[in-house]
Design a protein around this ligand. Structure first.
Ligand SMILES: [Zn+2]
Ligand SMILES: [Zn+2]
Length: 257
């Protein structure tokens, strides 16, 4: 199959599917300027991940908060969703996508308009009180005074993403696995899905009979073992090609790129 035929086949699968689940990782947000965490040029090459160990944070929240503010709230927070996020949101409105499961903490799926989003690792757009669990939109916290504290109980606030040695939100994880078991088409975008529990999602979907459609820059372990159709390329460009076969309208913004 040449690449046009692959796109046509993928579009056909999306049209025919009854319960499409999208599973995203860092690759979908790269075009929005969000740096990766792992690997070459990733955040953990610059910053010692030990600061993001939950036990360190509990003992020395101020030290970690100074880094958090610099990394997430001074710059990354300004990132905007790209075409791939917007197209997925439109596909959801048109009932071509039922659920998005993401490993990203950037909240860009919701910012683009997706509603049914499961954030496996939480998001930095929310803060949560470490004492009473009250959640806040980050914009309501005063980050000029660190560490920020809870308006209810004065407890220390923490970004609502998962730190090292911290448990994943179990309800979200459970829902994600249920979605993987329910889907008949899993669309993987921009992730190697190597880390637990991300690695269980494609496997569960496959075991339950789903087709696996994968968009990644380079082939991954999934490509070799699970994927039925691999679309090699950048998330934004590939989603644009799919959009043009599926949902294209004035709404999506494809024409502007
Ligand atoms: Zn509190
Ligand atoms: Zn379009």
């Amino acid at each position: 199959m040449n690449s046009d035929e692959k796109i046509a086949r993928a579009a056909q699968w999306i049209r025919e599917a009854k319960h499409t689940v999208v599973f995203t990782g860092a690759g979908i947000s790269a075009n929005s300027g969000i740096p990766t965490f792992r690997g070459e040029g990733g955040i953990w090459k610059e910053i010692d991940p030990n600061y993001f160990n939950i036990e360190f944070f509990q003992k020395k929240p101020l030290i970690t908060w100074k880094i958090i503010k610099k990394v997430f709230y001074d710059k990354m927070i300004q990132a905007q969703p790209n075409l791939a996020h917007f197209i997925l949101a439109i596909m959801e409105q048109q009932h071509k996508v039922q659920t998005v499961i993401t490993q990203n903490i950037d909240h860009l799926h919701q910012d683009a308009g997706s509603r049914n989003v499961l954030e496996l690792h939480g998001s930095y757009k929310r803060l949560v009180c470490t004492k009473c669990n009250t959640e806040y939109d980050y914009r309501f916290a005063d980050l000029n005074f660190l560490p920020p504290t809870c308006f209810v109980c004065r407890g220390t606030l923490k970004p609502d993403f998962v730190f090292f040695n911290e448990k994943l939100p179990s309800i979200t994880k459970q829902k994600a696995i249920e979605e993987a078991e329910k889907t008949d088409l899993l669309l993987i975008i921009g992730t190697r899905a190597e880390v637990f529990p991300a690695n269980t999602i494609p496997r569960r979907a496959k075991e339950n009979g789903a087709k696996i459609l994968e968009i990644n820059l380079i082939p991954t372990e999934i490509t070799h073992h699970l994927t039925d159709l691999f679309l090699q390329g950048d998330a934004e460009k590939t989603m644009k090609l799919l959009c043009q076969q599926l949902t294209c309208s004035e709404q999506c913004g494809c024409e502007e790129i």
